[in-house]
Design a protein around this ligand. Structure first.
Ligand SMILES: NC(=O)c1ccc[n+]([C@@H]2O[C@H](COP(=O)([O-])OP(=O)(O)OC[C@H]3O[C@@H](n4cnc5c(N)ncnc54)[C@H](O)[C@@H]3O)[C@@H](O)[C@H]2O)c1
Ligand SMILES: [Zn+2]
Length: 364
């Protein structure tokens, strides 16, 4: 069992990585959110995850004297929107859920972004906990307190910072994750290696089959190291103001634009993989990164069955429009996180459109 304490400004998050963490959720919530007496714990989940793990979580909550309620959404990115949040508010109102309640996200990043947004806004904010069930959410989405929903104008445009008090990771749940989602989650882990540690990138290169087969000690190490990398950056820049946190956006500027254009037919991690390749080629074209490093990045992504070429070509005009709409773009220029080497990120806002376009078009 690993317990990682994250100090995030005035908030703190306890991350527990432990086999069986879901069956001990009720007690863990008492330990980190206070006594359960007379309090409601609202589990927000999706149909797939709720069907697999909802009853176990419900039993654990009852065992620790919480009053459990649950709200189930359809699986997939389409649920991460205001109408779904509106449905949850109505449910909370119908059930007279008060300020002392806890909202528990049980699911992947879609569920935690959505439930976290509701927890941040219901009665101006109630306690929040996450039980991440996808690899993407174990290694990335559950850490850092960013919550959001999408609107037609763009992804994650409406959101709030709201730190979970508890992130309870039970690695056993990953056994039911489809192989495609295992690979997709690993894109963010590879991203952390590229940004912060060549040694961690090497670890991915050397242990691909053990990681992909979710061998016990490798999965534990994978999750704990990613929580530590992301937790460290977030603790230095909780609200993305000082600049450190923007590094986590590596691969996401073009990645998010592809995600918006593909109508969510690609997984977030797959779009990030494509965005990473484009960012590396852009780094190469402006003289920051050598060709050998770019090839190395493509190889490690391919080792984890992540895309390095677009399965469907979107015209540059649509991609550039989507990038400009993305909240991370400033009015006239785009800020890119690039690499000067493996483990050596740099932020640049002087990159010309022609270079960005060429990097994107190299994916086609
Ligand atoms: N807040 C953040 O900091 C942050 C960071 C990274 C990503 N995200 C967001 O996370 C989302 C992507 O997350 P995701 O890939 O987890 O998506 P997801 O929540 O849609 O999960 C992917 C699929 O896996 C299924 N699933 C999840 N756990 C399962 C399990 N244990 N067994 C079987 N099926 C399971 C889900 O039902 C879903 O169909 C995106 O919306 C992205 O923007 C947020
Ligand atoms: Zn991401």
């Amino acid at each position: 069992m690993a317990v990682i304490q994250l100090k995030l400004g005035t908030d703190s998050t306890t991350v527990v990585v432990e086999e069986g963490a879901l069956s001990r959720l009720g007690e863990a919530l008492v330990a980190h959110c206070g006594p359960s007496e007379g309090r409601v714990a609202v589990v927000v989940t999706d149909q797939t995850v709720g069907g697999l793990y909802g009853s176990g979580v419900g039993a654990s909550l009852v065992g620790a004297a919480w009053q459990p309620l649950s709200f189930t959404v359809s699986p997939g990115e389409q649920s991460k929107r205001l109408t779904t949040a509106g449905g949850i508010y109505q449910f909370l109102s119908d059930n007279r859920v008060g300020r002392d309640s806890v909202i528990v996200a049980l699911g992947g990043g879609v569920v935690s972004d959505l439930a976290g947004f509701v927890a941040a806004t219901w009665m101006r904010g109630v306690d929040f906990a996450i039980c991440p069930t996808s690899l993407e959410s174990c290694v990335d989405a559950s850490i850092g307190g960013k919550t959001a929903v999408n609107i037609p104008g763009g992804k994650n445009l409406v959101g709030a910072f709201h730190q979970p008090k508890l992130v309870a990771i039970d690695p056993r749940v990953l056994s039911t994750l489809p192989p495609r989602d295992i690979c997709a989650g690993l894109a963010e882990s590879i991203k952390h290696g590229l940004l912060f540690s060549e040694e961690f990138l090497l670890w991915h290169e050397q242990n691909a089959s053990a990681v992909l087969s979710l061998a016990g000690s490798f999965v534990g190490e994978l999750i704990e190291r990613n929580v530590a990398f992301k937790g460290d950056i977030v603790s230095r820049d909780v609200r993305e103001q000082s600049g450190d946190r923007i590094l986590l956006n590596f691969g996401h500027t073009i990645g998010h634009a592809i995600e918006a254009c593909c109508g969510f037919s690609l997984r977030h991690g797959e779009c990030v993989s494509l965005g990473i390749v484009a960012a590396c080629r852009l780094s190469q074209s402006i003289g920051l990164l050598g060709e050998g490093d770019v090839r190395r990045v493509e190889s490690v992504l391919s080792l984890y069955e992540l895309p390095v070429c677009l399965p469907e070509a979107f015209p540059w005009s649509r991609i550039s429009e989507a990038m400009l709409r993305d909240k991370k773009a400033t009015a006239s220029s785009l800020r890119f996180v690039l690499l000067e080497g493996i483990g050596r990120p740099v932020v640049r806002d002087d990159v010309g459109e022609a270079d960005v376009r060429a990097a994107y078009e190299s994916l086609i």
